[in-house]
Design a protein around this ligand. Structure first.
Ligand code: SAM
Ligand code: SF4
Length: 470
């Protein structure tokens, strides 16, 4: 493993460069914008300056052209697959004071809960019964004096759980930033993606909304992915929390973060998440975000990222409403959560989210099956694929396959085989019927070689084999 130099400060987030790019971008005329959109369709991504120009689009015609370019990129790289996952909140205890979050230490309205090993196993059994295969483990930053051991034990508990012959195949984690040694331990626990959101890249706003606790340290947080790379974790997920600082600033700063990772480690983030602040128990700031992003601007943000970083997965959570999720999937989202609970113990407890224990209010409270039915109606293939991670195709290896388009030979067949598993093992009759029809349609539309591989996997699942992938 290369001995990387790790940044200790966020020097790579350069406000003056962002301001200059935004000012230049605002002067871009229609000819320039169309040039950039033509470049986006070449699928090689866009520069910071290009992105700045796209953020300045106000003309309705150009906005439609931006959306058309984003749809083109989405279709060419991701086809109609949508990866599904579910968050698993293991603890809402936290020592930080993030003004937007219900879990912040001083919030007396929240009922605190930290799941132990057995409770996590039970929670995961329930998730498995719904058909989930990919989990995003989420925790506040406080582990009853057990520190990192609690995180490691929780990951082990998730992998240990079994139900109806199945187990979770990939555990992504969204936890507080760690040091290199701790990250090595987390890597050894076999995580998929390490997610840490910067929340805001704007130092002034960051300081104003993080009132206490270790999270006040902007530099330690913004450099966590450098430490992850040093620790051998090359599958990382970043993202701003939209609503804190101006969205244009956040989009450009995210581009600077990506550029930094690419320049220093040869690979950018595997995913970008794009949460918008949702109302949260006991949080005035979450009820009235200082820079709330409108639906119109949010569509633009998704489309711009899709054009700018075509091979980076874009993640949307159940924070958004079903109607908004439909539109954003068309514009570039490649992963969504479904049937989520944001309160620890929420799956085992069944119906509804307990707002007194939850992190934020859900925009989409539908069950996983309802989400899947909807995707089928939209002719999307719900995918639970974990093939790349389990074959070690991460970081540079993933990009080497993704950029020339060779990854489709894996994603399409694996997406269909995991969807087939869902239909055979978990779906109700009407969902199964509609799903099987869609599988046939998708197979028929595939190029010959890919179809042969996909058909083979689908047949295996039909005959009773599980967990087959290429
Ligand atoms: N405690 C860890 C941390 O802050 O990095 C990880 C878990 S934290 C619960 C996960 C993410 O939830 C945060 O990074 C933040 O972006 C998001 N979040 C917090 N409050 C939110 C709200 N009111 N609406 C939407 N997302 C929120
Ligand atoms: Fe704690 Fe994370 Fe919520 Fe901040 S965002 S209060 S660190 S759980």
């Amino acid at each position: 493993m290369p001995d990387y130099q790790v940044a200790e400060t966020g020097y790579f987030i350069k406000d003056d460069e962002i301001e200059a790019a935004l000012a230049a971008g605002a002067r871009a005329d229609a000819v320039k914008i169309r040039e950039i959109l033509a470049k986006a369709r070449e699928l090689h991504g866009l520069s910071l300056e290009d992105v700045a120009a796209l953020t300045g689009i106000t003309d309705p015609e150009l906005r439609q052209e931006l959306f058309a370019a984003a749809r083109y990129v989405k279709e060419h790289i991701y086809g109609s697959r949508i990866v599904l996952f579910a968050p698993l909140y293991i603890s809402n205890r936290c020592c930080n004071e993030c003004l937007y979050c219900a879990f912040r230490a001083s919030n007396r309205e929240l009922v605190r809960r930290e799941l132990n090993h057995q409770q996590i196993v039970r929670e995961v059994e329930k998730m498995l019964d719904l058909g989930h295969k990919r989990v995003l483990m989420v925790a506040g930053e406080s582990y009853s004096g057990k520190n990192i051991e609690y995180v490691l034990d929780s990951i082990a508990a998730i992998y240990e759980a079994k139900s109806r012959g199945s187990s979770i195949r990939r555990v992504n984690v969204n936890i507080a930033p760690l040091d290199v040694e701790q990250l090595r331990e987390v890597k050894a626990a076999k995580i998929g993606t390490l997610q840490v959101f910067q929340e805001t890249y704007h130092r002034g706003v960051y300081r104003a909304v993080h009132k206490g606790g270790p999270k006040r340290n902007y530099d330690y947080r913004v450099t966590v992915m450098d430490r992850a790379m040093k620790a051998g974790i090359d599958d990382v997920g970043i993202g701003p929390l939209f609503g804190l600082a101006d969205w244009r600033f956040e989009v450009l700063a995210t581009m600077q973060h990506i550029r930094h990772l690419e320049e220093h480690f040869g690979v950018g983030p595997h995913t970008i998440s794009m949460p918008r602040i949702e109302p949260a128990c006991g949080s005035d700031l979450a009820a009235n975000p200082p820079n709330a992003v409108s639906d119109d601007d949010f569509r633009k943000i998704v489309a711009i990222f899709r054009c700018a970083v075509p091979y980076t997965g874009l993640i949307l959570s159940t924070r958004e409403t079903p109607a908004m999720r439909h539109e954003l999937i068309e514009l570039g989202i490649s992963q969504i959560s479904g049937g989520s609970r944001t309160n620890p113990g929420g799956y085992a407890e069944g119906e509804g989210v307990d707002e007194q224990e939850a992190q934020f209010h859900l925009g989409d409270e539908r069950s996983l099956e309802d989400v899947i039915r909807d995707l089928i109606r939209m002719k999307h293939i719900p995918s639970f694929c974990t093939g790349c991670y389990r074959m070690g195709r991460t970081g540079q290896d993933f990009m080497d396959l993704a950029k020339p388009g060779a990854i489709q030979m894996h994603c399409d067949p694996n997406g269909l085989s995991t969807f087939m598993e869902y239909l055979m093992d978990y779906a109700h009759e009407d969902t199964r019927e509609a799903g099987l029809k869609l599988v046939e349609e998708k197979l028929a539309a595939m190029p010959e070689k890919r179809r042969a591989v996909a058909q083979r996997l689908v047949d295996k699942v039909r005959e009773g084999q599980r967990d087959v992938y290429v």
